[in-house]
Ligand binder design. Structure first.
Ligand SMILES: C[S@@+](CC[C@H](N)C(=O)[O-])C[C@H]1O[C@@H](n2cnc3c(N)ncnc32)[C@H](O)[C@@H]1O
Length: 299
């Protein structure tokens, strides 16, 4: 699925996050300790999170299970004269020794890793004790006054934008998987169960995206058992979630370039359109409320 959407992935992500993802990634990069020498960006996709991890003397690895996404990453990062090390690898079976990493970042990828306890156990294996895990992820609407608007955006606008993609079903999956992911408590429980200690949590854009920073406790080689017997691919075994991926931005371009202007116009139109449609249809649509709970868009 990610192979299919790799071409327009970055552009659509920027539009759907209203251009905010750059700031969110800055926060993710800042959460990585400056002295981390070996850092993995897991589910790296088109590699948009890689340049911000670059530091003198640091080895930056990018891994993803989608080869087409990695080809985009290779193409884009190759232009910069800097070379992160890219590998096509499954998050549940990383080709790394126990305790090999000082830090791991995952931007808009952890939602796809199920069963999550098994993914967390593998991350605990490859991180050294005291190592840092930074997760940035799109979050389901939390209870509160903005719940209806947020739920409307995730349930209706993301699939609508997805029609611009070569595989619109991927964006229906994205919408459904955000609801399935929830707004964080289960992720924190899965991290804790794998031996991580939550250090910090932060919400962006009124909770549309969240950042979690955790430290790996325990010893090298100490594995926290996960259930590896039922690893699900991104679409889900039942096939009901015909769609996916999350947000991530494209490489920074020169301010005022044609692409930037085009993106800014798209953001403004998207927001205006969302507000108009929301206002017109809100009464008739099955928008979830904090009390009714989210509907995942599954038929
Ligand atoms: C929504 S994209 C995020 C890409 C990038 N991190 C960003 O911020 O734009 C999720 C990525 O997770 C990758 N992915 C999904 N399941 C994976 C797995 N089991 N192992 C490694 N990567 C996986 C997909 O191929 C996809 O590139």
């Amino acid at each position: 699925m990610f192979d299919d959407v790799s071409g327009r992935y970055d552009f659509l992500n920027r539009v759907m996050t209203l251009g905010q993802d750059g700031a969110w990634r800055d926060a993710m990069w800042r959460a990585v300790p400056e002295d981390a020498r070996v850092v993995l960006d897991l589910c790296t996709g088109s590699g948009v999170s890689l340049p911000g991890l670059r530091r003198p003397g640091r080895v930056v690895l990018g891994m993803d299970v989608s080869f087409a996404m990695l080809e985009v990453a290779q193409e884009q990062q190759g232009r910069t004269g800097w070379a992160p090390r890219l590998a096509c690898a499954d998050a549940f079976h990383l080709p790394l020794r126990d305790g090999a990493l000082d830090a791991v970042t995952i931007a808009f990828g952890v939602r796809n890793l199920r069963p999550r306890p098994a993914a967390m156990a593998e991350l605990a294996r490859v991180l050294r004790p005291g190592g840092t895990l930074v997760v940035l992820e799109a979050s389901a609407p939390a209870p509160g006054p903005l719940h209806p608007f947020h739920a409307f955006w995730v349930r209706h606008m993301i699939p609508l934008f997805g029609r611009l993609s070569p595989d619109p079903s991927a964006y229906r999956y994205l919408s459904a998987s955000i609801f399935e992911f929830g707004h964080g408590p289960q992720l924190v429980a899965d991290m804790t169960g794998a031996g991580f200690t939550l250090a910090r949590e932060k919400a962006f854009l009124l909770g549309a995206t969240r950042l979690w920073v955790a430290r790996r406790s325990g010893k090298v080689g100490q594995n926290h058992t996960g259930d590896f017997s039922a690893v699900r691919n991104a679409r889900g075994d039942s096939g009901e979630n015909r769609v996916v991926p999350a947000a991530g931005p494209p490489p920074r371009r020169a301010p005022g370039s044609g692409c930037r202007r085009h993106e800014r116009r798209a953001h403004r139109r998207a927001l205006r359109y969302a507000l108009v449609v929301y206002a017109k249809l809100n009464a008739a649509l099955p928008v979830g409320t904090s009390s009714s709970g989210p509907r995942c868009g599954r038929s």
